[in-house]
Design a protein around this ligand. Structure first.
Ligand code: OOG
Ligand code: NI
Length: 468
């Protein structure tokens, strides 16, 4: 790549910044949410200087306010194929496969995200990307009609496609091209208050599933939420109503813990927005649509397959015992049950590490390096950790959780809409549309952990005067 090319991380920063600006302008409640999150983060930091130092050490402090993720819903495998090429320009690659049909949502999804540690540090923005599974529409005539409507739309501007091709040919874009690319890409995600269908068609699609109407009735895949990071999600949940925002009934994911695991999320309800629907004689008729909302997230340590299995088991058990209704009934009982059930999940970094439940990044301590230099010997890995000659920090979970994602979708469907799709997940079809296989998130975390171990041990052997 020539030195004139802009690094993908910087194009992604331009992009996430532009998206944030657009969304704040279009969804004022989102601006209010951001203000609340900023206030909560400031208060949390001033009460916890240790946390502030840790964030500063990790270079996270100045990026605390930047959005962590957004979400879109696509209509066809062809759109998925092209969006992969678009996101590649932004240094975002598909990680993980999420089948939401098991939760009654007729989509399957991946997350386009930066993969390398350094890229995540520079700008962590990712996009949860779903594709409609038309085969799950039972009514054959409606299925055909939806497919026909989708086949007639082009969600990418021709200039965006030219710039993607240029990027692929040259391995990068220069600054003016990168800026133009971001402007063009913004068009893909913009809200359209004019539908491509009549109100009658919209209603039919809506009756099949609200998400089907959301995807099929519009010229493009509007970004449906953006999500900043909070340091105290419980405080934001409590603070929302005080600022006139209605939160979903419960926080998705694990309960509050001393050692946060995976991902906790909550959102505010989607807004009802006016839409012009097509009418005969080229006129239009006014209706409305709800799709756009705001979300917040708080992330914890990434779990190993063993840890994840335990998480899934405990979550399923809590959800079996207490079900939260659409209107939020039982929310308090659910939270109590969740906390109770998760007592079985070890809540200290050492226990999580020793039991192989979570991933950690290892670094040699100063004492460790001087010990091995003095003794000219390298103790075993376990001994190094036991004597605090190797320090370990949690590796943060960068992905999503299907049950939580379904909860976020559901809370924005208004009613307790819950179809039972008998279909199995269809990862092959998803990857075929995408044009590549999605990366396995566990492989990525395991590699980050192993790389840190190799690096730490190499430093230690060097200090011990050994060549490895
Ligand atoms: C995506 C919902 C999933 C998350 O954070 O889990 C999601 C959507 O509503 O399109 O964004
Ligand atoms: Ni989200």
């Amino acid at each position: 790549m020539s030195p004139m090319k802009v690094r993908a991380d910087d194009v992604r920063s331009l992009f996430s910044h532009a998206m944030s600006k657009m969304y704040r302008a279009e969804v004022p409640q989102y601006g209010t949410l951001i203000d609340l999150v900023t206030d909560v983060n400031t208060a949390t930091l001033s009460n916890d200087p240790e946390l502030e130092r840790a964030l500063w050490r990790n270079g996270e402090l100045d990026r605390l306010g930047v959005e962590r993720h957004g979400a879109i819903r696509l209509g066809t495998p062809e759109e998925l194929f092209t969006i992969r090429r678009v996101f590649a320009v932004l240094g975002m690659h598909p990680v993980g496969y999420y089948d939401l049909s098991v939760a009654g949502v007729p989509v399957h999804s991946t997350a386009f995200r930066p993969v390398e540690d350094e890229a995540l540090r520079r700008n962590p923005f990712r996009v949860f990307t779903s594709v409609l599974r038309l085969e799950l529409i039972e009514d054959e005539a409606l299925r055909k009609q939806a497919a026909h409507i989708l086949s007639g739309r082009q969600i990418f501007t021709s200039r965006a496609l030219e710039l993607v091709t240029l990027f692929e040919a040259e391995g990068g874009l220069d600054q003016p091209e990168a800026e133009e690319f971001v402007r063009e890409v913004l068009e893909i995600f913009r809200w359209h208050n004019d539908a491509t269908v009549t109100l009658a068609t919209y209603n039919k699609l809506h009756a099949a599933h609200r998400l089907i109407a959301d995807v099929v009735s519009f010229p493009g895949p509007h970004i449906n939420h953006l999500t900043p990071r909070t340091l105290d999600i419980d405080a934001v949940q409590v603070g929302m109503p005080k600022r006139g925002i209605t939160p979903k009934a419960v926080i998705e994911g694990p309960p509050r813990r001393k050692c946060p695991i995976l991902l906790r999320q909550t959102s505010f309800k989607a807004l009802e927005e006016p839409i012009q629907f097509k009418a005969k004689d080229d006129g239009s008729v006014e209706g409305s649509h709800t799709a756009r909302f705001g979300e917040i997230e708080q992330r914890g340590v990434a779990l190993t397959p063993k840890g994840r299995k335990l998480y899934d088991k405990l979550l399923a058990s809590a959800r079996r015992k207490v079900q939260v209704g659409a209107a939020g009934t039982n929310a308090g009982a659910y939270e109590t049950q969740l906390a109770e059930t998760f007592k079985e999940f070890p809540d200290s970094w050492s226990a999580l590490r020793e039991q192989g439940l979570a991933y950690f990044r290892y670094t040699p301590t100063r004492e460790g390096l001087s010990y091995v230099a003095q003794e000219r010997t390298l103790p075993s890995f376990d001994e190094l950790v036991a004597r605090s000659y190797l320090h370990f920090d949690p590796i943060i979970y960068e992905d999503f959780l299907p049950v939580s994602a379904a909860g976020i979708f559901q809370s924005n469907l208004g009613t307790d809409e819950h179809q039972n799709y008998g279909e199995h997940s269809n990862r092959e079809a998803f990857e075929q549309g995408l044009g590549v296989k999605v990366a396995d998130e566990f492989d990525l975390y395991a590699k980050a952990q192993q790389d840190s171990i190799d690096d730490a041990l190499a430093q230690m052997s060097k200090a011990a005067g050994k060549t490895q």
